[in-house]
Design a protein around this ligand. Sequence first.
Ligand code: TYD
Length: 411
Amino acid sequence: MANERIRACRACGAPVSPFMTFGRMPLANGFLLPDQVPSECFFELSPACCERCGLFQLMEQPAAERMFHGAYPFYSSSSVRMQRHFAELAAGIASRLAGVSDPLVVEIGSNDGTLLRHVRGAGCRVLGIEPAENVAAVARGLGIDVVSAFFDDRVGADILSRHGHAHAVVAANVICHIANIHAVAAGIAHLVAPDGFVIIEEPYLGDMIAKTAYDQIYDEHVFMLSARSIGYVCAQHGLELTDVVPQDTHGGSMRYVLAPAGSAPIHPRVIERLAHERAHGLGEPETYDAFRMRCERSRSTLRELLLSLRGQGKRVAAYAATSKSATVTNYCGIGPADIAYIADTTPLKHGKLSPGAHIPIVPAAEFARHPPDYALLFAWNHAQEIFAKEPAFRAGGGKWITYVPQVGVVA
Ligand code: TYD
């Protein structure tokens, strides 16, 4: 299974070249046992932004089967905040479909069924599409029908022939995972009913740049989307961007609402967002030069902080073995000498080593049992939830370290 490397933009075919490299990276969810270290798989993590269509993308990505498989360790339900978010999204979808008889909602990347169980509870027929068998099995256990597949135009056509049109197609944190973005857009365009709608939610390029959240860049995020780039791709398949709604999930996401062209009014927010992206230079090479310099500064500041704590004999651990943390640890050269362990709630990660950096992953309860002096918060996007759940850490004198938007000890 070779890595896929490009020279031309995946959306428009214009030549693209990387504006920086993070170096050789492991799979962000490639948690491993010590005896698997010699066969660990790496790729070159180097992002580019297409000057012609604005699509932010990786120059190289490992094969999909290496990333999404029967032991995929990301469960949508792992955060209470995300569970609430998906319950709210489901309620919004159901209320929009209130006048439709027997509506069908299809979710691409349905993971453990966190969204669809609420959609079904609101009276809609649901169908999930999910290639990672272990998370799909959790959704099936909830009684949700799940197709085991990587979604594309062929799968979209197959679902259409078996189930008919979908009144809503939803994809949350998944379109940015799939390199063949045209096959996905074509599949969605086939599947959605002429009077239906599409909701896509993804980490937002604008937030990543504004917060220097470079840890959003890893193997699974082959794209960081913007209103401009998603609008450009979908327009080629007869879908129109009708609304954009910023979300505070995943450290800053965007909800893109689309519909078959001409079937729904376009909210003024779309025009405003496109103007905002132009004004913030999201398509300009200078923006990415400045971003690269901020990443380099962030890396040296974090390294200096960890080195100084080590010099003072402080015990440092980390909280949440996120996908994002693979980029931080490997780019910044952070290893077990800097961080004693990473505490995490996901049983599949326990007893394993973090990808590339090989820091031991321990159950979340270890954090309370052996609290460090300082805890590097890898799930900075869940900071409020985690601070609320670990009050004893601060009360006992522990200090949180963050690195987004800036490296520092949290006051
Ligand atoms: P998330 O930021 O959603 O991850 P990613 O960068 O992979 O998209 O965080 C999910 C991970 O964080 C998952 O490994 C579980 C862990 N986590 C905890 O350990 N404790 C917590 O309280 C929360 C919210 C997450």
